[in-house]
Design a protein around this ligand. Structure first.
Ligand code: SAM
Length: 327
């Protein structure tokens, strides 16, 4: 079996793996209004099962793997998982999305195990606001994690800020300023509804056009090439600045047409699309020692085209929330 190509001609080269559904923070946007009730998977995949799935994915042409969750760094064997994945032939890019709170201790061991880079979720530079958004999180822990990641050479380091009107949008300029002298990417992500959520999400939604307007007030923006082919961000930099400003627009300008991803949930389901509830269960085949390749093919064939209706869009909240699917 050769490379994975979906019915719309998209070559699938990216696997996003949720290694755990638990998180040590409780971000407002991830579980808005408590609608996405946190559900622990009966049993997350073991390390050896994860590596088996990833090994098959690599054989089938997956080149990029991103680990996420939940919070991937709360998984005790995360360094060993990274080491195992880094050793798979064909994997060219291994990265991880984290809230950064455990990175101060783990950045160096993860780098040594073969992790290339990290995306760090950070939605406020104000300690009180950070604590409000994350349900009690400690801003300093994430800032220490960012320093440790830079020191360990986990680069390019990307900071992801979910922009929420009335909650953290006044901090857009402060986040943008970070790119003047630091070699980091700051990506502004449109707040997106969780599926099943009522219309209250609109209260917090700030479209990318407005984010751009506020960024432009800080200086001349010049387009910056997207180094990450098929990556969702549209990039700029302030003229003369060291770092990059990115916009990620799941609501106003969705990027499904270029989607090259599959997702693996922490309990072993392959998801063709974040926005659709289709899943292919790998666990029975894993337990029976069967070939996983036909199941990858079955997932890829179910990838919807880019024209998912706006009404259906929104990360699925039922039956699974972001923490389980992997944000
Ligand atoms: N715990 C890790 C972290 O904080 O980065 C990884 C999982 S978390 C679900 C990953 C990211 O998903 C969040 O930081 C955010 O960027 C994105 N996300 C989750 N819910 C979102 C929403 N409603 N709108 C926009 N982005 C969201």
């Amino acid at each position: 079996m050769g490379a994975l190509t979906d019915p719309f001609g998209r070559r699938i080269e990216y696997l996003r793996i949720s290694v755990v559904d638990r998180c040590n923070l409780g971000c407002f946007y991830c579980q808005p209004g408590g609608q996405c009730k946190h559900r622990r998977a009966a049993k997350p995949l073991t390390r050896s099962q994860l590596l088996q799935v990833a090994g098959t994915a690599a054989e089938l042409g997956i080149r990029k793997i991103r680990l996420t969750g939940g919070e991937p760094l709360v998984r005790k064997d995360i360094v060993e998982i990274v080491r195992g994945l880094a050793g798979l032939p064909g994997i060219e890019d291994l990265s991880l999305t984290t809230n950064g709170t455990h990175l101060a201790a783990l950045a160096q061991p993860l780098k040594e195990a073969g992790l290339r880079r990290v995306n760090i979720s950070l939605d406020s530079l104000d300690a009180d606001n950070f604590a409000r958004i994350t349900a009690g999180g400690d801003l300093q822990a994430t800032l220490d994690g960012i320093s440790a990641a830079l020191q360990a050479g986990l680069q390019p380091l990307k900071i992801n800020m979910v922009v929420m009107k009335g909650i953290n949008d006044r901090e857009i300029p402060a986040f943008a300023e970070l790119t003047r002298t630091e070699e980091i990417h700051v990506r502004f992500i449109e707040y997106m509804p969780m599926r099943g959520q009522d219309e209250t999400w609109r209260k917090y939604y700030l479209p990318s056009g407005e984010i751009m307007r506020r960024l432009a007030a800080g200086g001349e923006l010049v387009p910056a090439p997207e180094e990450d082919m098929n990556g969702p961000a549209v990039n700029y930099r302030y003229r003369g600045a060291t770092g990059i400003l990115g916009l990620i627009t799941p609501v106003s300008r969705h990027f499904c047409a270029a989607c090259n991803r599959l997702r693996l949930t922490n309990d072993g389901k392959l998801r063709p699309c974040l926005f659709a509830d289709k899943e292919v269960d790998l666990l029975p085949a894993l337990l029976a020692g069967k070939d996983l390749r036909p199941l990858f093919a079955a997932a890829v064939i179910q990838k919807p085209s880019h024209d998912v209706s706006p009404a259906a869009r929104g990360a699925s909240c039922g039956p699974r929330g972001m923490a389980e699917i992997g944000g």
